[in-house]
Design a protein. Structure first.
Length: 94
């Protein structure tokens, strides 16, 4: 990573959403990593010096709320943006 660049992790199973974030953030000069589920996101966190995380709350395979809990326990200084998905099953954050 080049000095003064941030590494941002986008965890979202929706490829179009992840791609939109990727394009905007990388255009600003940030290093952007993508993960389609919480497990892949955790792997990226372990391998890279991540400065911030953007995650979707409604990922079906290891959801964003589980990822936020993991971040709070293991990486409490990393800021997180949690995107709320509209879901038919009525799941909500507790």
């Amino acid at each position: 990573m080049i000095p003064n660049r941030r590494a941002i992790l986008i965890a979202d199973e929706e490829a179009n959403s992840a791609r939109a974030f990727y394009e905007v953030l990388s255009e600003d000069g940030d290093d952007v990593y993508e993960a389609a589920n919480a497990e892949t996101a955790i792997d990226a966190l372990r391998r890279n010096d991540i400065a911030a995380v953007i995650t979707d709350s409604g990922m079906r395979c290891g959801d964003g709320t589980q990822l936020v809990e993991y971040l709070r326990e293991n990486y409490p200084d990393i800021p997180v943006v949690l995107l709320m998905s509209s879901r038919a099953d009525g799941d909500a954050l507790s």
